[in-house]
Design a protein around this ligand. Structure first.
Ligand code: B12
Ligand code: SF4
Length: 559
């Protein structure tokens, strides 16, 4: 059977685990499997095409990609669509595509795909080889990926997990998974666990998970040693040859590795030996790989001397924002056996402030120094609450001498096919400005107090002022501050604040209106029409004028 696995060309951090499991299943059946990210422009007709989906907000791209493959199969029933977005929006996919095989949920039995061998595909170890078929580089790196649980004990309204995975189900196969991957692909340094709520497990189950990870070598001491790259590449070649996979990438990697070895700081004798071997291989008409096998022992001997043999730390990353409400001292004692980095907690709303602060303090007591915490916003929260939560993190970091990064996560309803959604207590102007600030920082809120205060303000009042700024003033902060325009805008802002007219201003701005019948509002509106690019053209004379006013009227010296 010829099988094509497809991931649409959205940008994502983690490799497509679902497809990696499906690949493993088909390769074990003896099928040919190829993976492509995006639209594969070849004339092949495939026996099966599996297309994975992830975020619902990529819906349009996913639909377009699926349709692209319609003429690459004999029958449309040979296209299988699955994964997270397909599980959330199964009916919509079915309606918009008219395909029979839109699958929902996890692949707990191969019968779901029409096979009768009863394999639990969900528990199969991942096939990392498919990642060599694509040039796309997944940011999460070459690590172990897995789940130790599925589902969750909670049913938060903003989350899709209760719908796609149901209640918390403990599946303790992480040990088998990691061991199988080690056997087939060699060791990897870190492990990223995509559970939803690991702390929802009762103590005895959590204990089993943690001890499995400890047994696998994920401990706080250094235990990771890189493998000899030559051995790794030869094993990759042989594994792929067994599966009739495309070998050219591996051969190129092997060639590149050996050529680079010549340039490394190796002994004169070994360099000469290596140069002769490589020249002989190239001069012979046989293939490069045959030459490598002919000189295998000598190459192995040289390669075994020159590679990084240092011992490194490993990291465990529970990718979720862990549930602070469920962190007890007993559970923390268990977690402290692992080299968790970063330690991620969820701070979804102020109502869990006490539990959250206690969880951080407890973790810090057990030596955790690096936190990366998720803060949901634009849901039922008020904008001020985001500031308060960010500030709490800054204060905790200072008080406990730890590092706390905040990752604000913008809410959008889980079944929406775009990300445009405004929380009931938010306005569009604030919403856009928060996104602008986060764009500059790549979504992270600085852990240092001075950076934080510059970005979000010293207090809630200043935060509100920053969120009211014209977007351009926010994005090109220093430029507009230097021209004096920000100061001038501020004067108008405080005037309107006194007059209690800020709500009117924000409502107009949120509706993209830049004119008002109210002269007080119109005075400030001018600043919202200025763009960084047009400044020099249209508002050339504003800068000297601004300077003059600020200097003569307010005694402010402007650069
Ligand atoms: C890890 C993760 C992330 C990672 C990135 C994931 C990635 N792949 O790159 C990070 C941390 C970056 C992330 C970020 C976000 N995430 Co997230 N994330 C997850 C999580 C925990 C796992 C997703 C995953 O990759 N799973 C791996 C899957 C695909 O592999 P698998 O489970 O083994 O696959 C099985 C099945 O899905 C199926 N299958 C899979 N593919 C296929 C294909 C075929 C053909 C078939 C038949 C079957 C099939 O079979 C497999 C075996 O059983 C989910 C929650 C969850 N439990 O699903 C949320 C989730 C996907 N995230 C979610 C959200 C909201 C976000 C954010 C938008 C949060 C925010 N507000 O900023 C951001 C967006 C990031 C962005 N791009 O802008 C929502 C999605 C909601 C939606 N409407 O799409 C989820 C569902 C969680 C939730 N709270 O509701 N996320
Ligand atoms: S605790 Fe996390 S995974 Fe569970 S329902 Fe709430 S948001 Fe979703």
């Amino acid at each position: 059977m010829d099988v094509l696995l497809v991931e649409p060309s959205y940008s994502n951090k983690y490799p497509p685990m679902g497809l990696m499991k499906i690949s493993r299943y088909h390769k074990e059946r003896g099928d040919y499997v190829y993976f492509y990210k995006g639209k594969y422009h070849v004339s092949n007709i495939w026996d099966r095409i599996y297309i994975t989906t992830l975020f619902t907000f990529d819906y349009d791209l996913v639909i377009e990609t699926i349709k692209f493959y319609y003429d690459k199969v004999k029958s449309l029933d040979d296209i299988y669509v699955g994964g997270i977005a397909a599980s959330i929006l199964t009916d919509k996919f079915k309606m918009d595509l008219g395909l029979k095989n839109i699958m929902s949920g996890t692949l707990t039995n191969s019968s779901i795909l029409g096979f009768d061998d009863g394999v639990n595909i969900d528990e199969l170890p991942l096939d990392y080889d498919i990642l060599d078929d694509t040039i796309y580089k997944y940011k999460a790196g070459d690590n172990f990926y897995g789940y130790t649980t599925r589902g969750c004990i909670n049913k938060c309204k903003f989350c899709a997990v209760p719908k796609i995975e149901g209640s918390l189900d403990y599946s303790n196969n992480i040990k088998t998974q990691v061991q199988a991957i080690r056997e087939k692909f060699g060791d990897k340094r870190n492990i990223l666990l995509l559970d939803n709520n690991i702390l929802g497990l009762k103590y005895s189950d959590l204990r089993k998970v943690i001890y499995d990870l400890v047994d696998l070598g994920f401990v706080r001491d250094k235990t990771y040693v890189k493998e000899n790259p030559f051995v790794k590449l030869i094993r990759e070649y042989e594994r792929k040859a067994d599966n009739q996979s495309k070998l050219s990438n591996t051969v190129s990697k092997l060639k590149e590795y050996l050529e680079k070895l010549v340039d490394k700081r190796i002994s004169k004798r070994n360099r000469e030996k290596l140069v002769v071997i490589l020249r002989n291989i190239n001069e012979k008409n046989s293939s490069f790989i045959e030459g490598v096998y002919e000189n295998y022992d000598e190459l192995l001997e040289i390669a075994s001397i020159y590679y990084d043999k240092k011992v490194y730390n490993r990291y465990v990353d529970f990718n979720q924002g862990m549930d602070a409400r469920e962190l007890t001292e007993e559970k923390m004692q268990l977690l402290s056996l692992l080299p968790i980095k970063p330690f991620r907690l969820a701070f979804d709303n102020l109502s869990i402030r006490n539990e959250y602060e206690n969880a951080i303090k407890l973790a810090a007591k057990y030596g955790v120094k690096n936190f990366s915490n998720y803060l949901l916003y634009n849901f039922t929260d008020h904008p001020d609450e985001l500031y308060e939560r960010l500030k709490i993190n800054i204060n905790l970091a200072k008080e406990l001498k730890i590092s706390v990064y905040s990752f604000p996560m913008m809410y959008a309803p889980v079944n929406q096919t775009d990300r445009v959604y405004l929380g009931e207590k938010w306005n569009y102007h604030y919403y856009k400005n928060i996104r602008s600030i986060l764009n500059v920082t790549k979504g992270v809120v600085a852990k240092e107090e001075d950076f934080f205060e510059k970005a979000f303000g010293k207090d809630v009042d200043e935060y509100n002022k920053i969120l009211t700024l014209p977007r351009e003033f926010l994005v090109y902060r220093y430029y507009f501050e230097d021209t004096g325009l920000t100061r001038m805008w501020e004067i108008e802002y405080y005037r309107l604040k006194e007059m209690r007219k800020l709500d009117i201003l924000l409502s107009l701005l949120s509706n993209n209106i830049r004119e008002s019948e109210d002269p007080d509002i119109n005075r400030i509106m001018i600043y919202y029409k200025i763009t960084y690019n047009s400044l020099k053209k249209k508002y050339r004379n504003i800068i000297p004028k601004a300077k003059e006013i600020l200097e003569t009227r307010f005694g402010l010296k402007v650069k």
